[in-house]
Design a protein around this ligand. Structure first.
Ligand code: NIG
Ligand code: FE
Length: 399
């Protein structure tokens, strides 16, 4: 067996081994202090309050590592057109799609943007999310991108979960540069990246590398500049076509490549070699009626597969990670345990937070959910209802 075969087997086994404890107890402050059998609680530990949740399941809170849930406007009309057979690309080429949200965002105040984000983040919390990444990318000018990032910061102040910000000035080319794409690329590199870095409002930089959006060449220029300024990298890769974006993400040492509906075998190979997380967004394939990403092949090939919602007004309008788990199990051949690992610990990897959250381990942030059932399998089996009864973040009950 080669070294890679060993790694492959290892990842698959790890994803399926979720270490279920029965009759368990835990002691928490803002972190998990102790986890074990209720018969073995250390006698020298003092606690202020004892909470009995017998008969319920406790899981790590969901880590939703990819969303665009701060925006303005309404695109339900586009959704209706797509149901009548018009494609996402066709709508985008008519000036709709991302650019329709850009035009609404540019008219909105920071407070209005934040209000939308807070509402969606609270919906996410109600469905079990305790870590949420949010991207800018609907402003596409320095002023509007900063407004979105400030709105994300306001969401962070109002919703007591871990919120990670990503700058995505290269989400699309704005209409005023439609005939001068290179000037926009230079603007992202020379003005936006430095200003966003100075503002301290974003940790990651993301880009949409695909047909009709940013070429590989332009993406490399933008991402190399972002990396040299200290941004961690993410890539919207091979969502609409086999574009070689996964290969590029691996070459750039991006933390994750996301979507990957049309990822090639070479792309998967390159990602495995570089340790780039494959973040899959089955809600988007569902909403756009596209073929799902090859989760089974990726897991069996030894990639670190994460699941996220992609919550956004165009291609997937849900912040509910329970729905994402259902779609992953039913349409991407993932086991329930693989889906849970992908939506928690592997999401944390996709945000470089694996030492801080994503699993119930002593020393990690006490982020967990209590389900209204005695079996975690109900999340998938008894689908379409919200099983999250309680959400706890950093040791505090927030739902
Ligand atoms: O992740 N692919 C690019 N961005 C979003 C869609 C954004 C939109 O349609 O508003 C996505 O699918
Ligand atoms: Fe996205």
């Amino acid at each position: 067996m080669s070294q890679h075969d060993n790694i492959r087997g290892h990842i698959r086994e790890q994803m399926n081994d979720i270490s279920v404890l029965t009759n368990a107890a835990m002691i928490i402050t803002d972190t998990f202090e102790w986890i074990g059998s209720s018969h073995d609680i250390p006698s020298d530990i003092h606690y202020d309050e004892l909470i009995d949740i017998a008969g319920k399941v406790i899981l790590p809170g969901f880590v939703d590592s990819h969303t665009h849930c701060v925006f303005a406007g309404d695109r339900s009309d586009e959704f209706a057109r797509r149901l009548r057979g018009v494609s996402y690309s066709q709508i985008a080429s008519e000036g709709g799609g991302i650019l329709s949200t850009v035009s609404s965002v540019r008219k909105a105040s920071i407070e209005e943007l934040a209000e939308k984000g807070i509402a969606l983040a609270l919906e996410a919390v109600n469905h079990g999310t305790t870590t949420l990444e949010i991207k800018s990318g609907y402003g596409l000018s320095l002023k509007s991108e900063i407004a979105l990032l400030k709105a994300i910061d306001i969401v962070r102040q109002h919703v007591p979960i871990r919120i990670i910000s990503t700058f995505m000035g290269a989400h699309d080319v704005p209409p005023e540069y439609a005939h001068d794409r290179q000037t926009y690329v230079s603007m992202v590199i020379n003005e936006m990246l430095t200003a966003v870095k100075e503002s301290g409002l974003a940790e990651f930089c993301d880009i949409f590398t695909d047909t009709g959006y940013f070429t590989i060449e332009d993406s490399i220029r933008i991402m190399e500049s972002a990396a040299s300024l200290g941004f961690k990298l993410k890539v919207h890769a091979d969502e609409l076509s086999a574009f070689g974006a996964a290969e590029m993400a691996a070459q750039l040492h991006a933390v994750s490549a996301d979507h990957l509906l049309f990822c090639s075998e070479q792309g998967m190979h390159a990602m495995r070699e570089s340790g780039c997380v494959a973040t899959l967004l089955p809600g988007t394939a569902y909403t756009l009626r596209l073929p799902y990403a090859s989760a089974r092949t990726m897991i069996d090939a030894g990639l670190i597969v994460a699941l996220a919602s992609d919550c956004n007004p165009g291609s997937c309008y849900t912040p509910n990670m329970q729905t994402i788990l259902s779609l992953a199990c039913m349409n991407m051949g993932m086991s329930m345990e693989e889906a849970l690992t992908a939506a928690t610990l592997h999401g944390a990897y996709a945000l470089t937070r694996e030492h801080e959250c994503g699993s119930i381990e002593s020393g990690k942030s006490a982020d967990f959910i209590v389900l209204d059932t005695d079996s975690y399998t109900d999340l998938i089996y008894h689908f379409g209802v919200n099983h999250v009864q309680q959400t706890w973040a950093k040791g505090k009950r927030i739902r």
